[in-house]
Design a binder for this molecule. Structure first.
Ligand code: SF4
Length: 245
């Protein structure tokens, strides 16, 4: 849910990475719905995807033994480190100075997998698809998938769900890379991987999207309609939405 609060002359806008990625990457009209506290009913596909995520986490716990990682190792950019799946929470904080408003946007999330290899900070996100073949002709991930991993890559990290200031850590690196694994939901095997390094273009895309998310949430701009009947038809909020076409 997207929440707004005020303290002196700062407006705090808090949301999940999913709220952000799903609205700016799929439909901006999801913002007013999320602000009203409307949540989609879990679809069968979401339930099965969540089960597959849990199974993957359990498999890793049973088959991989991770050495404890010290603060010195995290701080050393030349040290390769890998955290256990679903064990690291992300917090992206972005201040905006608008003429009439100082805003602090905070996006919280949980990362499927984060590691550092050869000075590269890598964030992986797994999508468990019932029919992974639907991705055969795609050369790029969906915008919502890309925004999600870009938000993770530009966050601070913590092993606590509700971190205090001293719980955050950074991962020094020379470059950043995102990987989106499309997996078969039944076998959990990887079917296809989208991957790239973060460049100036993708960082600009993230910044523009964060700003748009902020201005729409605060009523400073209006959502734009994608005008796609197909998207509305597949939308998990269509039964609550007066802008469905
Ligand atoms: S029904 Fe259509 S307009 Fe409404 S939130 Fe969903 S995709 Fe957007």
């Amino acid at each position: 849910m997207i929440k707004i609060s005020k303290d002196d002359d700062i407006t705090f806008l808090n949301a999940s990475v999913t709220d952000f990625a799903d609205s700016l990457g799929y439909c901006e009209y999801k913002i007013p719905l999320s602000m009203k506290g409307i949540r989609p009913k879990p679809t069968q596909s979401l339930i099965l995807g969540t089960k597959a995520h849990r199974a993957e986490e359990k498999y890793e716990k049973e088959h991989v033994e991770f050495e404890p990682i010290s603060e010195e190792q995290i701080d050393d950019k030349e040290e390769d480190v890998e955290f256990a799946r679903e064990n690291i929470y992300s917090t992206l904080m972005m201040p905006f100075e608008f003429p009439a408003n100082n805003v602090l946007l905070t996006l919280s999330g949980r990362i499927d997998k984060i590691l550092r290899v050869d000075e590269t900070l890598v964030v992986q996100d797994d999508k468990f698809a019932g029919r992974p073949q639907t991705y055969d002709n795609k050369t790029q991930p969906y915008p919502s998938q890309l925004l999600q991993v870009l938000a993770y890559l530009n966050s601070s990290y913590s092993s606590k769900r509700k971190p205090r200031a001293e719980d955050f850590f950074e991962m020094p690196h020379s470059q950043k890379q995102w990987q989106i694994r499309i997996c078969d939901r039944k076998t959990r095997e990887t079917y296809k991987v989208f991957s790239d390094y973060q460049d100036a273009f993708s960082l600009h895309y993230l910044h523009v999207s964060l700003q748009k998310f902020t201005t729409i949430s605060l009523g400073m701009s209006k959502p734009e309609h994608h005008n796609s009947h197909q998207k509305c038809n597949a939308c998990n909020l269509k039964s609550f939405c007066e802008h469905m076409i």
